[in-house]
Design a protein around this ligand. Structure first.
Ligand SMILES: Nc1ncnc2c1ncn2[C@@H]1O[C@H](COP(=O)(O)OP(=O)(O)OP(=O)(O)O)[C@@H](O)[C@H]1O
Ligand SMILES: O=P(O)(O)OC[C@H]1O[C@H](OP(=O)(O)OP(=O)(O)O)[C@H](O)[C@@H]1O
Ligand SMILES: [Mg+2]
Length: 286
């Protein structure tokens, strides 16, 4: 029988939508959200398992799944010997210590002898040990931010993104101990057939990510400024330059990285470019 990759995804939570969307953009179709906990792709040799995120590193270690998507925070917290094969750039968040807003925070030593509620006892324990702080870690599995207001702990250590959960629970963020994003993890030893499927999948994921980070640019440039403008638009190999019907002008086509976008566009306009079109790219194959 030919190989089928088993891929574990979070059933329902902060990782789910972006994980499903990533496979969709990679052209891999499967059913989800129907209540079924397993689904076979109709056009790629993969079977998807829908699980609680905390269980995913363990399933990948045990070989129940070959690949999984989890937050780096969960992968590190569980300490399972799985391989991180790619960072996915979504579900970005941080693990932070927070205390009631009225606390006069003077530094991490403030936590000496205190109780801290968290779902991340290993990450927190390691951080406190590094800082030389002796505190009591109180492990709870959810709704951590409620702990100070019900007298369970003097501080919390939990996931923060916008900060609105802290705010609405009267807490303030005082120390960030870990930064996280979604990652693709794999079983350390995959056979050659499965490894070649993983390579195919990674190729697609990288093409989708590259496309998201770049824009296709089309503009009109006066010929006297072509050298200056094309130097700002190196593209994948080099820009395409074709003459316009209007004498003395050319059309320039290229690709520009999102991070350099605004700065370069200003310089390109200043050099005399006109009619600049910025077009999203669907896939980008190097
Ligand atoms: N507010 C947030 N913004 C961005 N990413 C987040 C946020 N909260 C959590 N994450 C990331 O998404 C992962 C899953 O978060 P979620 O809250 O869905 O977990 P959960 O409640 O433990 O889910 P499950 O029911 O699967 O156990 C976290 O481990 C973290 O990496
Ligand atoms: O800084 P914010 O943008 O407010 O995000 C942080 C909150 O998001 C997560 O919980 P989630 O809403 O996923 O609910 P959960 O407790 O059920 O996991 C996390 O555990 C925090 O409580
Ligand atoms: Mg969970």
């Amino acid at each position: 029988m030919s190989s089928v990759l088993r891929i574990a995804l979070q059933k329902n939570g902060r990782l789910s939508e972006d994980s499903y969307q990533l496979f969709k953009e990679c052209g891999i179709r499967f059913d989800y959200g129907t209540g079924k906990l397993k689904s076979i792709s109709s056009n790629f040799p993969a079977e998807f398992l829908f699980l609680r995120d905390d269980d995913i590193p363990g399933y990948v270690e045990d070989g129940v799944a070959d690949l999984g998507i989890v937050g780096e925070n969960v992968a590190v917290e569980t300490g399972r010997p799985v391989t991180t094969i790619h960072k996915l750039g979504f579900s970005k968040c941080r693990l932070s210590i927070a205390v009631p807003r009225g606390v006069d925070w003077t530094g991490i030593q403030h936590l000496d002898g205190k109780n801290i509620a968290t779902s991340y006892p290993n990450l927190l324990g390691k951080y406190l040990a590094e800082q030389g702080v002796q505190a009591e870690i109180h492990e709870i599995s959810g709704s951590v931010e409620i702990a100070p207001s019900i007298g369970l702990a003097e501080a919390v250590c939990d996931i923060v993104s916008s900060g609105s959960t802290l705010l609405s629970n009267g807490l303030k963020e005082v120390e960030t101990i870990f930064r996280s994003e979604a990652i693709l993890i794999a079983r350390p030893e995959l056979d050659a057939d499965k490894q070649s499927l993983v390579d195919k999948l990674l190729f697609r994921i990288k093409s989708v990510q590259a496309a998201k980070n770049n824009k296709y640019i089309v503009l009109n440039a006066p010929n006297h400024a072509l050298d200056q403008i094309t130097a700002l638009l190196p593209g994948m190999k080099s820009p395409t330059v074709t003459p316009l019907a209007t004498e003395g002008w050319s059309s320039v086509h290229s690709v520009l990285n999102e991070n350099e976008f605004w700065e370069n566009i200003e310089a390109i306009r200043a050099a005399g470019a006109e009619g600049i079109l910025v077009i999203p790219i669907e896939k980008m194959i190097y």
